[in-house]
Design a protein around this ligand. Sequence first.
Ligand code: SAH
Length: 347
Amino acid sequence: MKFLQDLTFTELSKLLKDFGQPAYRAAQLFKWISQGALYGEMTNVPKSLIDRLIEEGYSDSPIKIIDTFTSKIDGTIKLLYALYDGNVIEGVLMKYKYGNTLCVSTQVGCRMNCAFCASGLDGLIRNLSCGEIIGQIIVVNRLFGNVRAVTNVVLMGSGEPLDNYDETAKFLTAISDDNGLNISKRNISLSTCGLCDKIRKLCDDGYTPTLTISLHAPSDEIRSKIMPVSHRYPISELISAAKYYFDVTGRRVIFEYSMIDNVNDSKDCAYQLAKITKGMSCHINLIRLNTVKERGMRGASDAKVKAFLKILSDKGVSATIRRTLGSDIEGACGQLRRRYLGEVDNV
Ligand code: SAH
């Protein structure tokens, strides 16, 4: 299936040129596409061009919102989307003073199989296309009737963005195009479990989103118990890739550290973490693990999270505890989708 939203501005310009259209048409159409307009709504585009696009197999609508759940505590919204082939993905819209951040998925399922995460429970089902990734933002903007409703994007939904490199890269190009959504690179975060060669490729290819690395352990011994990817890339390589990203882009790297009861929450872990990140331009986000029933792991106690933070701060490491939004509608990564599909009981 092909979608208009799969096209970058350059690709669309070439396609329309091949169709014999005037040069200004690309900007006109790309703007409509970025607004999520359906063919019937593109009032200044000739019917003959629309017919041609349909003939060539381009659909105007890659994704639909099928349900929303709003937190009564802080207004965070969980969203369920349906894809053209019946697959379902989820997203979260978080409201902050500075704007709205949408958490976006890059794959249906995930093959990284981290021991605490619900997204990998069924393995990788398929990659999302650029249009299906950017489509998540566009339909949320439409839901709010405001083309600028989503101001910040985090690639932290289901899937591993760097395991779907080409479509993720295309998405990064399309989203910051000033003919379209024009979201600044500074307002886009990409979270990875640490595919080191792709981290290097990302900045070598000129992409500079805020890089978030899911570290979750200070040693290979602990990390290999919870993140299979660490068998491929030891922590020393990951730190070296993170330093490279900073050297090339000048952008501080964020490390995510989900604290799991009796797995990675000891004081010793905090000291080791301070040691391996020493001298780096980075920030550490501590998050209490959201319990995923099937995974049999619990979040660390508040006291342990606070003690962990104190050690990092005393060692001069920039670190904060990330506040949990939408705790009343919570379902950690991938859980809402599984509940919708009837694969898990309510949690
Ligand atoms: N594949 C990417 C994006 C995944 S989800 C990555 O690994 O970074 C975004 C973040 O949520 C990751 O840091 C992931 O490790 C974390 N995460 C997954 N399940 C979680 C859970 N149950 N509780 C807390 N964080 C979780």
